[in-house]
Design a binder for this molecule. Structure first.
Ligand code: NAP
Length: 270
């Protein structure tokens, strides 16, 4: 098919919701264009990028596991993503064929929290992988207080605290939660096919917020437990739609349509 297009690249890629989201918005706006999925194995990443760079119809791509680090060696980085978040999830082709890498995960994560004053607030984050990097970057920018990271591999988590200049501590997944204002799950635990995330939420204050990046299944076990305690929750679809929205604008030059999120959420959970 000719005409403007973007895609999402990963290995595996069949599960990606990005084509559904982007094609929903293209159709809703009546824009010419197409959003595809591309199964790109690690050994083929450099040639894929070179081929796409030569294609004037290609607007860019979203990048998912396992390419978020490797693409940083293949594109320009004017926003110093390598030196800050340390992972890219979006590549945008400029008219001259140059490619700019960026990261929309951090802003997508933060947008449901933007109205809150998190400065000095104690927070807990589960996980220390790629998603945790975007979460910790955003939380550091919001000026949070003490950060407790719960992770299987403590050394990785300690490195992230240092990278983002955060003060806090690292504990195992079986540790008791501290009484934090915000609990974020940025690990894969609780995702369909992965082990559950079993946390005792009773130490959390009644005004705490529980945010789970995992969006399959919905609600996750963690969100169900938080709702049972009457806590406010944010699910992973908010971040998924938020990060996609910023990338869509970079690819197609228009913001997604307003007032259509409920319809999109229904499609994503059908
Ligand atoms: P990742 O880089 O592979 O990191 C996975 C994290 O989960 C690591 O901290 C890992 O611990 C932990 N983990 C995995 N399996 C575990 C197990 N069996 N026991 C204990 N810990 C385990 O993945 P990611 O890119 O950060 O993604 C993490 C999750 O976030 C995924 O479910 C993904 O779908 C979700 N996500 C959602 C959005 C969104 O828009 N909503 C965006 C990005 C990611 P170790 O450090 O010990 O290996």
């Amino acid at each position: 098919m000719s005409g403007p297009f973007a895609d999402v690249i990963g290995d595996p890629i069949a599960h990606s919701k990005s084509p559904l989201i982007n094609n929903f918005w293209l159709k809703a706006l009546g824009l010419a264009g197409d959003y595809r999925r591309a199964h790109v194995k690690p050994d083929d990443l450099a040639s894929y990028i070179a081929d796409r760079r030569a294609d004037a119809d290609w607007r860019g791509c979203n990048v998912t596991i396992p390419h978020k680090l490797a693409v940083m060696d293949l594109v320009d980085d004017p926003g110093d993503i390598r030196g800050t978040i340390g992972a890219m999830n979006t590549i945008v082709r400029q008219k001259d064929g140059s490619l700019i890498g960026t990261n929309t995960d951090a802003a997508g994560f933060y947008s449901p929290l933007a109205e809150l004053d998190l400065s000095g607030a104690p927070v807990a984050v589960v996980g220390a992988g790629g998603a945790a990097r975007a979460v910790l970057f955003a939380l550091a920018r919001a000026g949070v207080g003490n950060v407790t990271i719960l992770n299987r591999s403590p050394l990785k988590a300690m490195g992230l605290l240092a990278t983002f200049g955060l003060k806090g501590d690292v504990v195992g997944l079986d540790a008791a939660l501290p009484p934090v204002s915000l609990l974020v799950n940025s690990s894969s635990l609780g995702m369909t096919g992965q082990p559950p995330l079993d946390l005792d939420l009773s130490p959390l204050p009644t005004d705490a917020i529980v945010y789970d990046l995992v969006y399959a299944p919905l609600p996750t076990g963690l969100l169900k437990a938080a709702e049972a305690r009457g806590l406010d929750t944010v699910d992973g679809l908010d971040m998924l739609i938020g990060q996609a929205s910023l990338a869509f604008e970079l690819f197609f030059g228009k913001s997604p349509p307003e007032g259509r999120d409920e319809e999109l959420r229904a499609l994503l959970t059908a």
